[in-house]
Write a protein that binds this ligand. Structure first.
Ligand SMILES: *Cc1c(COP(=O)(O)O)cnc(C)c1O
Length: 385
């Protein structure tokens, strides 16, 4: 990759010097379901949009370039991406997974994958002995780092060495840092997952998902699967993603700057008991983050002193929106217990550290003074209660 990441968010090196599409800087939306053929056995290279669409392809090339992959597939949502990827496995296969994971992924495991005959072992991949959990039928290790929502950090390079030694696939959900801050394929992962709904799209206005790989054999299987199962991203949503990615770098930098300020501010509040942000030097994952990522991101999880205070904060915020999702221009506050992680069994939630006092912030790109001013007002109300 010769060019810097901000340049690659805007330009595809392979089309440089060409003036396709009348030189349009905004890639056209090919809103077509099908393509006419010049004759029998002939094709323009495009047959039907479930298989190929130029707008989706443009987006896929950009995302592959950002993640240093050889292929990227754009799907209708992050969950569609994970679901498609899991079609690589067979009944009886065993997968080692991070226990603290996006709630939707756990729901998929519990209610779909298990029905399909897959077996799982859940670990805290930042701490537990992964090698000891490998069985003869183990096929893959699936991690998030930092995890959602508890922000545990695991060492991708170390885990990739274990995966390699035992012939396992290493899958990393890189949604929380985006390719701007972390490139798991460079650290030995085989597959990267993104919820494109989050930082890549970045504007809280569309859903998308990606699978990126640098292995030809995996890419071939996934291309067959997307054609067969049909969850490819629509042309218009592909265009929204292309547009969102143009500003990925400046959004990530600004949101991270806000997060660093907010995390240290939260750390000083009487109502706040714990702040989980890997950019704080006291965070147990800080050193690994410094080694494997180019930044710390803009996700902060924190515990307040009581459940009542957690609920009051959600009720009182106005500028900060009480909403699910993350990674967009607007700051969101989420209650994992009843939102993102509601379908995770309570005992599992508590074991992972998600309590009724846990809140998750996705800092946006507002003026941080305004975010702090709002929280100051809300916290002052709590202290008066
Ligand atoms: C949101 C999210 C997903 C699921 O993505 P959707 O686009 O909502 O389907 C997967 N993993 C992580 C880490 C997420 O935050």
């Amino acid at each position: 990759m010769s060019r810097g990441i901000n340049t690659r968010c805007l330009h595809l090196e392979e089309t440089e010097g060409r003036f396709d599409n009348y030189g349009a800087l905004s890639y056209p939306i090919y809103q077509t379901a099908t393509y006419a053929h010049p004759g029998v056995g002939q094709s323009t290279g495009y047959d039907y949009s479930r298989l190929q669409n130029p707008t989706r392809e443009q987006l896929e090339k950009i995302v592959a370039s950002l993640e240093h992959g050889t292929d990227a597939l754009a799907l209708s949502t992050g969950m569609a991406a994970i679901t498609l990827l899991f079609e690589l496995f067979q009944p009886g296969d065993h997968i080692i997974s991070e226990a603290d994971l996006y709630g939707g992924s756990i729901r998929l495991y519990d209610h779909v994958s298990k029905k399909n005959g897959y077996e799982f072992t859940f670990l805290n991949c930042a701490k537990d002995d992964i090698e000891a959990a490998i069985q003869p039928n183990t096929k893959a290790i699936y991690i998030e780092t930092p995890t959602n929502p508890m922000m545990n950090v695991s060492d991708i390079r170390k885990i990739s060495e274990i995966a390699r030694k035992h012939g396992l696939l290493l899958i990393v959900d890189n949604t929380f840092l985006s390719p701007y801050f972390q490139n798991p394929l460079d650290l030995g992962a085989d597959v990267v997952i993104h919820s494109g709904t989050k930082f890549l799209g970045g504007h809280n206005d569309t859903l998308a998902g990606f699978i990126v790989t640098n292995k030809e054999e995996i890419s071939e299987k996934l291309r067959f699967l997307i054609k067969t199962t049909g969850a490819g991203l629509s042309p218009f949503d592909s265009w929204l993603l292309i547009r969102g990615i143009k500003t990925l770098g400046i959004r990530m930098e600004k949101a991270q700057k806000n997060a660093i300020e907010l995390a240290s501010w939260l750390n000083k509040q009487k109502t706040v008991k714990d702040v989980f942000y890997p950019g704080l030097p006291e965070h147990p994952g800080y050193a690994i983050m410094k080694k494997q990522a180019r930044g710390f991101g803009s996700m902060i999880t924190f515990n307040v002193d009581t459940k009542e205070h957690a609920l009051l904060i959600l009720k009182e915020v106005r500028l900060i929106k009480y909403a699910e999702s993350l990674g967009g221009t607007e700051t969101l506050i989420t209650y994992p217990t009843t939102q993102t992680h509601a379908d995770v069994p309570e005992e599992v939630r508590l074991k992972n550290g998600i309590t009724p006092c846990t809140l998750r912030l996705s800092t946006g790109i507002e003026d941080v003074e305004d975010l702090i001013a709002e929280l100051e007002t809300v916290f002052a109300k709590l202290e008066k209660e």
